[in-house]
Design a protein around this ligand. Structure first.
Ligand code: IPE
Ligand code: IPE
Ligand code: MG
Length: 243
């Protein structure tokens, strides 16, 4: 099948994805969890291509949460190594599709070799404006909101802003990537019905698409189905639609 992205009426500007189910995918096949993560990395590549094809401008993937640090060291180390090997293998893809790489999260917690490799890929792709690929790494939304609150409090303390000026826009402006629009669509694979500390503020009015498909099986066709589902949604934003 060759999905007809051009036939879709609405294309979300920003799609955020909770890539879940790598471990269960591997377990079902008698493989190690890291084998599941490796196959999942192939799905990331497929989705980046599909996004470029469909006209989605921003893709954010949840690759590693602040809570994921509590996984066994073997798995955490494997994920860090996979991050670096995936950047080595796919950086060319970012250039081919004119994709700018960005990251968000507590990067200082990552091992130095991973931080350096990410920085290199970000520097090399910073000039692309067509598409943006955001990796949420060592990311937690509650931490992001706490960080934003601290930044605002410091400005109040210095007398740069008044408390009465604090509004929704100001909070948005102090999150990690203030210039990125909120996702219109959030996809979670593997059937879990929770946010797991992902983009709590930014997803306030996003459409949710939950599929039972495990992340390593989520490719172009499944992405197209998610966009199709998005097209059938009636977004009312608390109002009433005249239909
Ligand atoms: C998602 O897959 C990837 C990461 C959280 C890094 P999981 O590793 O959570 O897979 P399951 O949920 O155990 O199947
Ligand atoms: C969420 O998946 C985090 C990522 C996909 C990186 P988890 O598998 O860690 O979340 P829980 O444990 O199901 O909440
Ligand atoms: Mg999981």
């Amino acid at each position: 099948m060759n999905p007809n992205f051009q036939g879709l009426e609405k294309i979300p500007r920003h799609v955020a994805i909770i890539m879940d189910g790598n471990g269960r995918w591997a377990k079902e096949r008698g493989l190690s969890r890291i084998e599941g993560h490796k196959e999942g990395a192939q799905s990331v590549r497929a989705i980046l291509r599909a996004a470029a094809k469909s006209g989605v401008e921003f893709i954010t993937v949840y690759a590693f949460s602040t809570e994921n640090w509590k996984r066994p060291a073997l798995e955490v180390d494997g994920l860090m190594a996979l991050l670096v090997s995936s950047l080595n293998a796919y950086e060319q893809e970012l250039h081919d599709n004119k994709i700018c790489l960005r990251v968000m999260g507590q990067l200082e917690r990552l091992p130095l070799f991973a931080r350096k490799r990410i920085q290199k890929a970000m520097d090399a792709t910073a000039h692309y404006t067509d598409h943006t690929f955001i990796i949420a790494l060592s990311y937690g939304s509650r931490m992001e909101i706490a960080d934003a609150t601290r930044k605002i409090a410091e400005k109040v303390k210095k007398g740069e802003i008044q408390t009465k000026e604090i509004n929704e826009q100001m909070i948005s402006d102090h999150l990690y990537l203030p210039d990125v629009p909120n996702p219109e669509l959030m996809i979670r694979t593997s059937g879990e019905l929770r946010l797991s500390n992902f983009l709590l503020w930014q997803l306030s009015y996003s459409e949710f698409y939950i599929t039972d498909t495990y992340w390593p099986d989520f490719r172009e066709e499944q992405f197209f189905q998610a966009l199709e589902a998005f097209n059938s949604r009636d977004r009312r934003y608390g109002g009433v639609n005249k239909k």
